[in-house]
Design a binder for this molecule. Structure first.
Ligand code: NAP
Length: 259
C-alpha cells in the first residue's frame, strides 16, 4: 500500500534506538525526510547515517535532551516546518507508590506529558495553516491498564492522553490528524531494563524474567520496533485522515479488554 507521504518531512523525537528508531525507519521507507533526535550524539549520527544509506532520504540529526526547554529549542530550530511529528522520550523509572515525591512527578510530567504538549503547540499551528499534518504520540499500554511498578508513567501518560483527546478534535478540521500509539512490551533497551528490575524483584535471571513476561502475552513474544514503526507510518499516512484522537494499542493481546 502506498501511504501517500513521500516527500513529507517528519520530526521523530528520541529516535536513535528502540521504538522511535522503528518509526523513523518506517517513515524513511515511505520516502519521508527526517529530523531525528536523541541525547547521545554517537548513536544518533550512526542511526541517521544508516537511514540515509538505506532509504536515500534527507536526515538531519539533532543531539539534545527533548525534555528540556533548551533541547526542544535546538530541535525545533533545526526542524523548521514539519508535516509529521512523532513525540517520544525515555520512560520514567519503575518503583513503589510510596517511593515518589513531588520532584519525581514533576520530572515524569515534564518528560512524558509537558514535552509532547510543548512540541504540539510549537508545530501544529504551522500544520493547520498549511492544511495537512500528522501527530503520533508514543505513550504506553499503561494508559489502558495500569502497570503497578510504573506509577509515574501511568500518571503522566494518562494526563497527555486527556489533552490529546480534546486537542485532536480541535485541529482535525484543518487537516491535522493526532493519535496516540500505545506500546505493550517491545524488544528494546527499555524492555531489557524493565526485565532487569523484574529479575531482581523475583530473584531470577533476566532470561527467566523475560520468559515469565512472555507467558503473560497471548502472542507469546515481545513486539518488534519494525512492527511498531509500520503502525506509526500508517497513522502518519494519507489513509489515516478519518482517525481522530484514538489510542492504538500494540501489545500482543496483553491487555485483556473487549474494547
Ligand atoms: P529505548 O529503547 O530505551 O530508546 C529510547 C530512545 O530515546 C533512545 O534513542 C534514547 O537515546 C532516546 N531518548 C531517551 N531519553 C531522551 C531524551 N530525554 N531526549 C531525547 N532522546 C531521548 O526506549 P523504547 O523502548 O524505544 O521506549 C520509547 C518510549 O516508549 C519510552 O517512553 C518507554 O517508556 C515507552 N514504552 C516502551 C515500552 C517497551 O516495551 N519498549 C513499553 C511501553 C512504553 P539517548 O539515550 O541517547 O537519548
Amino acid at each position: 500500500m502506498d501511504l501517500g507521504i513521500s516527500g513529507k518531512r517528519a520530526l521523530v523525537c528520541a529516535s536513535s534506538k528502540g521504538l522511535g528508531r522503528g518509526c523513523a525507519e518506517a517513515l524513511a521507507a515511505e520516502g519521508v525526510h527526517l529530523v531525528m533526535n536523541a541525547r547521545g550524539a554517537e548513536a544518533l549520527e550512526a542511526a541517521a547515517a544508516d537511514i540515509r544509506a538505506a532509504y536515500g532520504v534527507e536526515v538531519v540529526a539533532v543531539a539534545a535532551d527533548i525534555t528540556t526547554e533548551e533541547g526542544r529549542a535546538k530541535v525545533l530550530a533545526a526542524a523548521g516546518d514539519v508535516d509529521i511529528l512523532v513525540t517520544n522520550a525515555g520512560g520514567p523509572p519503575p518503583g513503589m507508590w510510596t517511593d515518589w515525591d513531588r520532584a519525581d512527578f514533576i520530572a515524569a510530567l515534564d518528560a512524558n506529558m509537558l514535552t509532547p504538549i510543548a512540541l504540539i503547540k510549537a508545530l501544529v499551528p504551522g500544520m493547520m495553516a498549511r492544511g495537512w499534518g500528522r501527530v503520533v504520540n508514543i505513550t504506553s499500554q499503561s494508559v489502558k491498564a495500569p502497570l503497578a511498578v510504573l506509577g509515574l508513567s501511568n500518571a503522566a501518560r494518562t494526563g497527555l492522553t486527556g489533552y490529546v483527546a480534546g486537542t485532536a478534535r480541535q485541529v482535525a478540521g484543518q487537516g491535522v490528524i493526532m493519535n496516540n500509539l500505545l506500546p505493550g512490551i517491545h524488544d528494546t533497551d527499555r524492555a531489557t531494563a524493565l526485565d532487569g528490575g523484574a529479575a531482581k524483584a523475583q530473584g531470577v535471571s533476566v532470561a527467566e524474567a523475560r520468559k515469565r513476561r512472555e507467558a503473560t502475552i497471548p502472542a507469546g513474544r515481545y513486539g518488534t520496533s519494525a512492527e511498531f514503526g509500520a503502525t506509526c507510518a500508517f497513522l502518519c499516512s494519507q489513509h489515516a485522515g478519518f482517525m481522530v484522537g484514538q489510542n492504538v494499542l500494540l501489545d500482543g493481546g496483553a491487555v485483556n479488554v473487549t474494547i
